[in-house]
Design a protein around this ligand. Structure first.
Ligand SMILES: [Zn+2]
Length: 245
């Protein structure tokens, strides 16, 4: 029983930043006052990432599409919508590039299937401005799982938009918060449409609030891997509907 006059304590919106060696990880602008605009593409060929822990070998999502009977356009739309969720929340944008172009974020399916979905981050070797810079990232889906478009209450089959949005949250530097009511929560659920307030606050903590309406965007200069150190995160078991909790 609460004593008279004790104020009710509201649960604070939850987010947790991904850290590596004590530093948060985040994308940095390619120029001092520049916005962050990240390029992405769906893998169009097999890619081997020697030093990656997650997504070491990824390829085009052909098996995911075929096995789960998902239309290519629906897959693409889910991905685009997932990026828009974060773009609308914080001052970070994403642009799709053509398959032959180099992209900072590559999305594909695992060639060595495991788990559900994973994110791999390639980080700069030295901290800068109090953070470890993310140089490139990949998101990979297990083609042996079944995937779907939209929520239907079956928590054993993950919705692609939800999955992409969750993994993109890792791509921009967010980890799993405590609690279950966020897109970034470890456990898959279908109780949320869009980002939670905690998810949004996490993105804003990293990149500031969205200013989509008034800013002219420009692309960053191409960032190769030269001089960077491939470090993978330990967020591999990024989503599971079967975790004991
Ligand atoms: Zn995760």
């Amino acid at each position: 029983m609460l004593a008279t006059g004790t104020p009710a304590v509201a649960e604070a919106p939850a987010y947790r930043l991904l850290t590596m060696g004590g530093y948060p990880v985040r994308w940095l602008p390619s120029r001092p006052s520049g916005r962050i605009v990240l390029s992405y593409k769906i893998a169009d060929r097999g890619i081997h990432q020697q030093k990656a822990i997650n997504c070491k070998d990824i390829g085009p999502p052909d098996t995911v599409l075929r096995t789960s009977r998902i239309d290519r356009n629906a897959f693409q739309n889910a991905l685009d919508a997932a990026f828009r969720r974060w773009r609308d929340a914080a001052d970070i944008s994403f642009v799709e590039v053509r398959p032959e172009e180099q992209a900072q974020i590559v999305i594909g399916e695992q060639l060595d299937p495991i788990g559900f979905a994973y994110t791999n981050l390639d980080l700069a070797s030295e901290p800068k401005d109090g953070a470890r810079a993310i140089v490139s990232a990949s998101i990979c889906l297990n083609p042996k799982r079944h995937w779907k478009i939209g929520y239907d209450g079956n928590l054993a089959v993950f919705d692609l938009l939800h999955t992409f949005a969750h993994e993109i949250g890792h791509v921009i530097g967010l980890d799993h918060p405590v609690g279950h009511k966020n897109l970034m929560s470890f456990k898959y659920s279908e109780s949320l449409s869009g980002l939670s307030e905690g998810d949004r606050l996490g993105a804003v903590a990293l990149y500031g609030p969205s200013r989509m309406q008034s800013e002219v965007v420009f692309l960053p200069t191409a960032q190769g891997n030269a001089g960077s150190e491939q470090i993978t995160t330990t967020i591999g078991r990024s989503m599971t509907g079967r975790s004991a909790d």
